[in-house]
Write a new protein. Structure first.
Length: 153
């Protein structure tokens, strides 16, 4: 799975130049071979100073032979309830490129305009791309500052 994620994302400078958190979980859908997968980081972050337990979505990839068939959407629909019910997350959080905003928006994610900071070996940095939030209650994303309290995912 790591090589599939690398093939998909290593083309972007921001990916190559950033140290990333190790995922706590890998979720996949198979039919019968793997069709799509993603990694998940469990973390408590700070949103406007309040500690919030998040499920950090990372590296959602549909393998080339399965693209265009809804595998990634189906995988998220099936597994997101576990984030909130079983893992105790209060919110989903992902970092993504502009081109992915419409996909995640269709699945209920909201773009956050908060300033996002994260740890790196040489000190804290601000995330320069998009952050999206998934609130299970569908409340609007309204925070101003998000501290990932560690490496990004």
């Amino acid at each position: 799975m790591k090589s599939a994620a690398s093939a998909e994302f290593d083309q972007f400078a921001i990916v190559r130049e950033t140290d990333w958190a190790r995922p706590d979980w890998t979720w996949l859908i198979a039919s019968p071979e793997p069709a799509a997968f993603y990694h998940l980081v469990e973390r408590t972050v700070r949103m406007d100073g309040a500690e919030i337990r998040v499920a950090g979505l990372n590296n959602l990839v549909t393998l080339p032979a399965h693209r265009g068939r809804g595998a990634a959407s189906e995988l998220l629909r099936r597994t997101q309830p576990h984030w909130f019910d079983k893992l105790g997350a209060q919110m989903g959080l992902l970092l993504c490129a502009d081109a992915l905003l419409p996909f995640y928006t269709r699945l209920g994610w909201q773009r956050s305009h908060a300033t996002v900071t994260f740890a790196q070996p040489r000190g804290a940095r601000a995330w320069a791309a998009n952050c999206m939030l998934l609130d299970p209650s569908r409340r609007p994303a309204s925070c101003r500052e998000i501290d990932l309290c560690g490496l990004p995912w």
